[in-house]
Design a protein around this ligand. Structure first.
Ligand SMILES: C[S@@+](CC[C@H](N)C(=O)[O-])C[C@H]1O[C@@H](n2cnc3c(N)ncnc32)[C@H](O)[C@@H]1O
Length: 248
């Protein structure tokens, strides 16, 4: 399936990329995907460190920069399968009480897909766009959250504009939920795709949070148009939220 790395530089340095030979029955796109996975340092690191996917490093890097996953925090992870973000959140908010001197946090995850259980996280299978989704998640949460984070993404249609609008619908649903459940001072983190339709959302975020950053963490592939908004310091329900605009 794979060929050993070749010296192609001509300067005594080895090209360490793993090459994947095309095989009967495998499409070129699958071969290229496999080659990219095998050569991706984050995929290898995820395996070594026991994370369920390379996505874990995106939230790790965002949290290293902004520090919202504090011990004791109550976290909601929307679109959590296969579970990398939940794993990181469990560690960082001390959901398993690994550090007895620090407060215990909680992690609630939901996804369309079934997720293998993760110790310290309460995970439910749910379509977050379903009519009663908000109420169900609020019931499981049983109170306020300090962090609402969403890595939700619909399966790619191959059409950039359609994919962008779909992801915006998911982010807006996540944001409407966050306005309802966030504690004053709380944080909203969400994946968006660069493309324009999120400008209204940015205005609303700036009105309702004291700090709004748009970030592309190093673990996010440079050839993807994905980026993340990190909105911190929720002004709370006393602020004129315009949250209704986020619904729909
Ligand atoms: C990029 S993956 C999330 C990866 C995750 N953060 C991790 O670290 O493992 C995006 C997820 O969004 C989920 N998703 C998409 N639409 C959804 C919806 N309407 N409700 C719930 N989950 C959804 C998908 O099922 C998929 O598992």
């Amino acid at each position: 399936m794979t060929t050993p790395p070749k010296n192609t530089s001509g300067r005594g340095q080895r090209d360490l990329r793993v090459r994947v030979k095309t095989a009967k029955g495998r499409k070129l796109s699958s071969t290229l995907w496999l080659e990219r996975q095998l050569n991706d340092p984050y995929v290898q690191r995820a395996k070594r460190e026991g994370y369920r996917g390379r996505a874990a490093f995106k939230i790790l890097e965002l949290d290293d920069k902004y520090g919202f996953l504090k011990p004791g925090a109550r976290v909601v992870d929307l679109g959590c399968a296969p579970g990398g973000w939940c794993q990181v959140a469990v560690e960082r908010v001390n959901a398993l009480g690994q550090n007895p001197k620090k407060p215990l946090g909680t992690v609630l995850g939901v996804d369309l897909q079934e997720v293998e259980p993760i110790a310290g996280a309460d995970i439910h299978q749910l379509d977050f766009l379903a009519d009663d989704a908000d109420d169900k998640v609020k019931g499981w949460l049983g109170g306020r959250a300090d962090v609402v984070m969403s890595d939700m993404a619909a399966a790619a249609s191959g059409h950039k504009g359609t994919d962008h609008l779909r992801i915006i619908a998911l982010v807006e649903a996540a944001l409407a939920f966050a306005f309802d459940v966030l504690e004053d001072g709380g944080t909203f983190v969400a994946k968006v795709l660069a493309g324009g339709a999120e400008i209204e959302m940015q205005t609303m975020l700036k009105k309702n949070f004291t700090k709004v950053a748009n970030v592309k963490p190093p673990a996010s592939r440079s050839d993807s148009s994905e980026k993340f908004v990190v909105a911190m310091g929720f002004r709370g329900r006393q602020a004129e939220s315009g949250a209704g605009e986020a619904e729909g």
